[in-house]
Design a protein around this ligand. Structure first.
Ligand code: 13P
Length: 253
């Protein structure tokens, strides 16, 4: 019912030539696959080139961030309309690196999500707990809060343009993946949260993807779980062979 998403977040990596090499390798390896929505998120300066190179293929392009205003005196910022203009379909919002390093609040994230939707793009809202928050027992409350505040004011129709990414901070770039059980527990909780905020059918239609040290050797176990609809991948998305293996995840018969 929910089409899987495998998304590569390239973070601050890949020059335009490197990005284009990677995309060429992905195009070759993907042929005409339609089982999965494949997304790559290059740096701003490579978006246009990657969008051109993937146009008409099954690969969609995401930006890693945006600013909620359409235009104005906002030096250094980029609006959703400009991102759409170069061929983006998605914007990653509220990644833990942005929350931690750039002090983004849930309220600011909410403004960005509204701007992304109004701009005709889809938002990938990232939520996740730190290890201290998990150990303290406050994890579910914190995740519930991030979702509720991030999506404040949205309608069930708006949710057709939202994907949730659960990325436990302690699993990002550490090689420590959440086990399939740990991830499924949170995904199922987040789906319940969405049912509470919106309704059951919206919660069943919204894709909730997992991020944090997803690799070829753990993707299959994650994708077997009922509430895990895909992956948001950092490190392993920058090696074509690894990313292709993630896209070609195996499911039991
Ligand atoms: P890693 O896959 O490198 O852990 O990164 C995950 C991530 O932050 C994706 O947004």
């Amino acid at each position: 019912m929910r089409k899987p998403i495998i998304a590569g977040n390239w973070k601050l990596h890949n020059t335009i030539p490197e990005a284009l090499d990677l995309v060429e390798a992905l195009k070759k390896g993907l042929a005409n696959q339609t089982r999965v929505d494949v997304i790559v998120a290059p740096v701003f300066t490579a978006l246009a080139a990657v969008a051109d190179a993937t146009s008409g293929t099954g690969i969609a392009v995401a930006a890693q961030n945006c600013y909620p205003e359409a235009s104005g005196a906002f030096t250094g910022e980029v609006s959703p309309a400009l991102l759409r203009g170069v061929g983006c379909k998605y914007v990653i919002i509220g990644h833990s690196e942005r929350r931690q390093l750039f002090h983004e609040s849930d309220e600011f994230i909410n403004k960005k999500i509204k701007a992304v939707i109004a701009g005709g793009l889809a938002a990938i809202l990232c939520v996740g707990e730190t290890l201290e928050q998990r150990d303290s027992g406050a994890m579910m409350e914190i995740l519930h809060d991030q979702v509720r505040k991030g999506l404040a004011g949205l309608t069930a129709v708006d949710m057709q343009q939202v994907v949730i990414a659960y990325e436990p901070v302690w699993a990002i770039g550490t090689g420590k993946t959440a086990s399939a059980d740990q991830a499924e527990e949170v995904h199922s909780f987040l789906r319940g949260t969405l049912a509470g905020i919106f309704d059951k059918s919206t919660s069943e239609q919204t894709r909730i993807i997992y991020g944090g040290s997803v690799k070829p050797d753990n993707i299959d176990g994650l994708m077997e779980r009922a509430d895990i609809d895909g992956a948001l991948v950092g490190g392993a998305s920058m090696k074509a062979a690894d990313f292709l293996r993630l896209i070609h995840f195996q499911q039991p018969e």
